[in-house]
Design a protein around this ligand. Structure first.
Ligand code: CU
Length: 198
């Protein structure tokens, strides 16, 4: 319980600049409520990873890398012309780097159920491994390295907002995300997935 409270308080501190930016943005934009980008507002997901046969929201496909009971929080904050996304994880393997991205569909019992990466401008060649499309400005990348406790907090910002196509999940991968042509966006096996209503 204490660790959950600590995690929440650490996350709140990290989120203050994001929340502040949203408040500021709303304050200087009188028509903000009519702005379609604000329709969905901020999305917050908190979930514990469970085995695929028991999970409804957060699935682990490799309990050695993402144990049952590990936790994730995802926060997506739309701004005027950008989207900020924060991922915090708790209970993973200490001192280890993982890849993570926003994928197109919600998680399912099979790791592939979340589909491909959400891309703002969709690569006509799928699966997309072209750095012109598979990059952290056109996709939401949230790679992280855990600390000695198995915790990590990472945030990113992309220069666009979701429109009619929205992402459905954040997938954690076994490795750091590649950036080179022919492999861009790949990060090894999908080890866990959290459904997020972006
Ligand atoms: Cu991915």
């Amino acid at each position: 319980m204490l660790t959950i409270i600590l995690l929440a308080s650490a996350s709140v501190k990290l989120l203050l600049p994001i929340v502040g930016a949203v408040v500021l943005c709303a304050a200087v934009t009188p028509a903000a409520s009519a702005d379609p980008g604000f329709d969905r507002g901020m999305a917050v997901t908190v979930a514990s990873f469970e085995a695929p046969d028991a999970a409804t929201k957060a699935f682990t496909y490799d309990p050695a890398l993402v144990p049952v009971g590990a936790k994730a929080m995802v926060m997506a904050v739309p701004a005027r012309e950008s989207t900020k996304v924060l991922l915090s994880v708790h209970g993973l393997v200490p001192n280890r780097t993982y890849g993570a991205h926003a994928h197109q569909r919600p998680c399912g019992t099979a790791a592939a159920d979340s589909g491909a990466h959400h891309q703002h401008v969709v690569d006509p060649n799928q699966p997309s491994v072209d750095p012109a499309y598979a990059n952290p400005n056109n996709e939401i990348w949230l790679d992280f390295t855990t600390d000695h406790r198995g915790w990590a907090v990472v945030k990113t910002a992309v220069p666009w907002r979701f429109a009619d196509r929205r992402a459905g999940s954040v997938v954690v991968h076994a490795q750091k995300t590649s950036t080179e042509a022919g492999k861009a966006g790949t990060a090894g096996p999908r080890v866990a997935c959290a459904t997020v209503k972006f």
